[in-house]
Design a protein around this ligand. Structure first.
Ligand code: GLA
Length: 405
């Protein structure tokens, strides 16, 4: 099966945004904000169960070059979407909210998030801007382009309104938009990674209290994105269903969230899970074992134990494939191709699943050989062309001010 999709221009988003700004609006933007995408090393489908995750922000980002206006209108262009001509008044409580979809819904909702949830927002402040959005994160590839767009627009609106920007609070606002307005019941991993990332580090996040410990990435391990070329539509996928299944499993075990089962002994777990049907038992087994693997992964990275890192990645993939059932044929095929390529430490699907990207950790000196072999083996197995590239742990959302407001 060959998948044809339109080529996105993912090169140099900051340069493209500034040049397009000049062509479209004339002169210079006041400000350039950016927010990165992420890969998740391990800890998948655990965040909405108050569990443990280990993502890193990557050197692929959404960039917005913008100039404030003195009204409530947003006029924006982006390579991949229709132009945006958005009246924010309905989003910030100054009128009726228009029926919005696509990226106008994201931008309008980010304005409503800042105006409703920032402690110092003053109702009379105008939030309008004109600008250009450019991205180096492929859309729908499980690299969190939507979280990055929300975090970047939150950063921009906070700047235009003259507000202090606090990354964890911004991540929570972005998650609320995704959950309440877009309707995808995500956890907080993607938004926290995009807002709080740190160059050279992964983020060990405990989603029970959103506390973050930064874990240095060993310099001899390369992180490779394995893009299957297939895409999923998160809203219409089984993602929300998995959340409901986890809640049902927790309720049947008499706990509020599955994370609480971490405090149970193996005997206690066996006795409470006996009440669950086979599907819920497998969902629960994934979440409990994945939290455990995430703890072990932090230790293995700190000790540079690549054998352990590799086996944890394959166990995680098998659990997502068999117990949580969120993998896909393409994801399984690319993980298998990667696992027999030279230099491999370990590979697994990353993000929500159902298509999109896997990741591989690879010995740094063998990156090129690894990538060439994996692309070839995947094409042979699926007749699909993979896009495979190295990414580096990057800083979270940032702002560059070119012209003080
Ligand atoms: C998506 C969601 C995250 C997380 C992952 C699966 O990326 O946005 O909150 O649940 O799926 O780990």
């Amino acid at each position: 099966m060959k998948v044809d999709r339109p080529q996105e221009d993912l090169s140099d988003p900051e340069g493209r945004a500034i040049r397009a700004f000049h062509d479209r609006f004339g002169g210079q933007p006041d400000v350039v904000v950016q927010a990165p995408g992420r890969v998740n090393l391990i800890g998948e489908h655990t965040d909405y169960n108050a569990g443990l995750v280990l993502p890193m922000a990557i050197d692929r980002r959404i960039v917005i070059a913008a100039r404030a206006t003195d009204d409530d209108q947003v006029k924006a262009t982006s390579g991949g979407h229709d132009d945006l001509d958005l009246d924010l008044r309905g989003f910030v409580g100054r009128g009726r909210r228009p029926a919005a979809s696509g990226w106008e819904l994201y931008v309008g909702s980010a304005a409503s998030g800042v105006s409703n949830h920032h402690p110092s927002f003053r109702q009379e402040t105008s939030l309008g801007w004109e600008g250009v959005v450019a991205s180096s994160i492929p859309t729908g590839a499980s690299l969190s382009s939507s979280a990055a767009l929300l975090v970047a627009t939150d950063r921009l609106f906070a700047h235009i309104a003259g507000l202090q920007w606090e990354p964890v609070a911004a991540a929570k606002r972005a998650q609320r938009v995704e959950n309440d307005i877009v309707g995808v019941k995500t956890g907080i991993m993607d938004q926290l990674a995009s807002a709080c990332g740190r160059a050279g580090h992964a983020l060990s996040i405990d989603c029970a209290d959103n506390s973050i410990t930064y874990v240095p990435m060993p310099s001899n391990i390369a992180v490779i994105v394995l893009d299957t070329g297939t895409r999923r539509e998160l809203t219409s996928s089984d993602y929300n269903l998995r959340g409901q299944e986890c809640q049902a499993a927790a309720a049947a075990c008499g706990v509020a969230v599955l994370r609480q089962l971490d405090d149970f002994s193996p005997d206690e777990i066996e006795s409470v899970t006996a009440r669950l049907d086979d599907t819920l038992q497998r969902r629960l087994r994934h979440v409990i074992s994945e939290n455990h693997r995430t703890r072990l992964m932090v230790a293995a990275l700190e000790m540079g134990d690549t054998t352990r890192v590799g086996s944890l990645l394959s166990e995680s993939h098998a659990s997502l494939r068999d117990d949580f059932e969120v993998s896909s044929r393409a994801l399984n095929a690319i993980v298998e191709a990667a696992e027999s390529a030279p230099g491999i430490i370990g590979a697994r699907m990353t993000g929500a699943g159902f298509g999109g990207c896997a990741l591989a950790l690879v010995h740094q000196q063998q990156v090129q050989e690894f990538m060439d072999t994996t692309v070839e083996a995947y094409e042979l197995a699926t007749n699909n062309l993979a896009s495979v590239y190295e990414c580096r742990a990057a800083d979270g959302a940032g702002i560059r001010i070119l012209n003080q407001l």
